[in-house]
Write a protein that binds this ligand. Structure first.
Ligand SMILES: Cc1cc2nc3c(=O)[nH]c(=O)nc-3n(C[C@H](O)[C@H](O)[C@H](O)COP(=O)(O)OP(=O)(O)OC[C@H]3O[C@@H](n4cnc5c(N)ncnc54)[C@H](O)[C@@H]3O)c2cc1C
Length: 579
């Protein structure tokens, strides 16, 4: 290895972590004929992005235009302002950053499509606040086509697996739960099963959702000459005269200095797997309730703080309500196995509510998962609500999946023995078993049942939004979101504010440059993904509000770094001009 400029190696651009924006930045750099290395500390590529649903919330994208769905820059900005823009004390979101997101997100999608990354739109995926100004009921969410991981050759085993081990797309997965309700549900089960059987015969290895996205990105990145290195954890930055010039990696017990001529992009995830940081920034939450992957340990964020980076929104996470059966907690740092856990899609069904220790319902159970968990933590400040109690009746149990078990099946005795699940013939008995106030619970259920019969939740308006209906049961009437809780036996199950990642970090500008508290950029330093304070502020506007920004700011960072040195004044920078 030849030493260059006091470095052991040198690249034009160095990316720390193989998260969402990493390969996007890598592809951009290669399109500008720059050398780029991605340094990943674990032995697998893709981060939590590969495990995720892999959907990207990109308003005004090309697929909407192709489908003739109305959207525009202005409408998207109106919605961003009505959601992210309402956040208080959230320096990650500014009018300039929101404008850059709405401009660069669609440009990023166009760029990836040109690079051979097969993307499409999920047509039915309402914005989470579709009733606010600029909200869209038709989907603004972009997803990767299914990917045959066998095409990766020897890299196949290095791609981090998805939470869905199914040879089916995310939209097909949404219909699998209808297996007992509709012909479409039955047909989807058949179609996915057949695809799996054919794959066995033909040697295909279909991966879906985030693994399909990151698998396709990996394939294109390798093809275009992005250097990707595993087991290469970055320890620190090399700083000269206040500018970041490279990173130090520990390799085989030795420190290796890697120079970066155009800059360093940090895409190293957040701190969901670090209890010490959670206790400091998001108290009352636990690493045992996170579905993130093992690398989400926050040391790069600490390193950035020690460089003097400005931070914001550190007390936010992408909360996800979770009923976690005993023994299924994330004890080993690998993240929850979601196939055995109940979450948003189950709890938002009819015949289901959430109550606190006083037996009182305190939110619309149908909205965004992030807001759901914010509500839980806020409620817990005045009334014990962590855990809360998920109350359902026999109608629910006969119709819907429950913690990975099929409708109408007996639940494991261990769940009852350990107090995770309680069952009783009357609501009063159920309340007593849980230590909930019986009068509180029966009054709550009486009110809810009257509203459910009328098909309108007068208290929390669950079911008023298209998104609440989408989350519920499309076959249920009069409301897709509401159903009475009246047929015994009744059940109560513990629910905690779990998460799929953190949402705060270093503050970056509209060029993805890391800023100091005085607003000045640290030269040569960019960041994206959950290492940063989200452009979405303290809210989750739609499906893909983590992965979308991670990709977009990775793209923006690479474009800026390449432009800053070599493209200033050029008519059209590689990847297209920003309008
Ligand atoms: C089951 C599940 C489903 C989800 N679905 C969606 C979805 O569909 N859409 C959406 O927007 N969000 C979704 N989320 C949330 C989303 O996946 C994450 O917020 C997002 O992927 C984080 O991406 P990232 O680019 O910040 O980092 P990551 O994808 O987490 O990658 C960071 C990488 O950096 C590596 N790293 C860390 N430290 C170092 C270091 N010192 N040196 C080198 N490498 C390092 C890590 O090992 C990791 O590989 C989901 C999450 C889960 C768990």
């Amino acid at each position: 290895m030849a030493a260059v400029n006091g470095m052991d190696e040198e690249f034009d651009f160095v990316v720390v972590g193989s998260g969402g924006g990493s390969m996007c930045a890598g592809l951009f750099m290669r399109s500008a004929d720059k050398s780029v290395v991605i340094l990943e500390k674990t032995d697998m590529v893709g981060g939590t992005t590969a495990r995720s649903g892999g959907v990207m919330w990109i308003p005004n994208n090309r697929f909407m235009a192709e489908d003739g769905v109305e959207d525009s820059f202005q409408k998207s900005m109106t919605y961003m302002d009505a959601t992210a823009g309402q956040s208080v004390d959230a320096p990650g979101t500014s009018p300039e950053r929101r404008r850059a997101y709405v401009t660069e997100g669609p440009a990023m999608v166009d760029f990836l499509v040109k690079q051979g990354v097969r993307l499409r739109r999920i047509k039915e995926y309402p914005d989470y606040y579709d009733d606010r100004a600029g909200g869209s009921v038709p989907g603004r969410t972009v997803v990767a086509e299914l990917f045959n991981a066998s095409e990766l050759g020897e890299w196949r085993k290095k791609l981090r697996p998805n939470f869905l081990q199914l040879p089916g797309s995310l939209d097909e997965f949404f219909f699998l739960g209808d297996y007992n309700k509709s012909w479409k549900g039955k047909y989807t089960v058949f179609k996915v099963g057949l695809r799996g059987a054919l794959a066995k015969l033909t040697g295909k290895n279909w991966v879906t959702a985030g693994a399909a996205l990151q698998g396709r990105m990996l394939q294109q990145a390798l093809k275009k000459g992005v250097d990707i290195r595993l087991n290469s954890g970055v320890k620190s930055f090399i700083v000269e005269d206040g500018a970041v010039k490279g990173v130090v990696v520990n390799r085989d017990g030795r420190d290796v200095r890697i120079g970066a001529k155009l800059g360093v992009l940090v895409n190293a995830g957040g701190f969901a797997q670090n209890q010490e940081m959670r206790d400091k920034y998001i108290p009352g939450t636990s690493t045992e309730w996170t579905a993130t992957t093992p690398g989400d340990t926050g040391e790069m964020l600490r390193e950035l703080m020690s460089l003097g980076a400005w931070t914001g929104q550190l007390n936010e996470m992408v909360g996800n309500q979770m009923a976690i059966p005993p023994g299924r907690e994330n004890k080993n740092g690998n993240g929850l196995e979601l196939s055995t856990v109940s979450g948003q899609m189950d709890i938002a069904n009819p015949h289901s509510i959430l109550v606190d220790k006083s037996g009182v319902r305190y939110m619309n159970e149908g909205g965004s998962y992030m807001e759901f968990c914010q509500n839980m933590l806020k409620r817990n400040e005045t009334v014990p609500a962590v855990p809360s109690y998920w109350i359902v009746d026999e109608q629910f149990m006969k119709t819907y999946m429950f913690c990975g078990t099929f409708a109408g099946t007996a639940k494991p005795q261990e769940w009852y023995d350990k107090g995770f699940l309680r069952k009783a013939d009357t609501l009063e008995e159920l309340a007593k078993l849980c230590g909930i106030d019986p009068a509180g619970l029966t009054a709550t259920v009486d009110t809810f049942n009257a509203d459910a019969r009328a098909g309108q939740d007068k208290v929390f308006h669950r079911g008023d939004r298209a998104y609440d209906k989408w989350l519920g049961d499309r076959h249920h009437r009069p409301s897709q979101a509401l159903g009475t809780i009246e047929k015994g036996p009744f059940y109560a199950c513990l629910v905690v504010p779990g998460d799929v990642g953190t949402y705060g970090g270093v503050v970056t500008d509209e060029n993805a440059r890391v800023l100091r508290p005085d607003g000045s950029p640290i030269t040569g330093l960019y960041a994206t993904g959950t290492t940063t304070a989200s452009v979405m502020g303290r809210i989750y506007p739609g499906a893909g509000a983590s992965v979308g920004p991670s990709f977009t700011w990775g793209y923006v960072a690479a474009k800026h770094a390449a432009n800053a040195q070599n493209w200033a004044g050029a008519a059209t920078p590689p990847g297209g001009a920003r309008s």
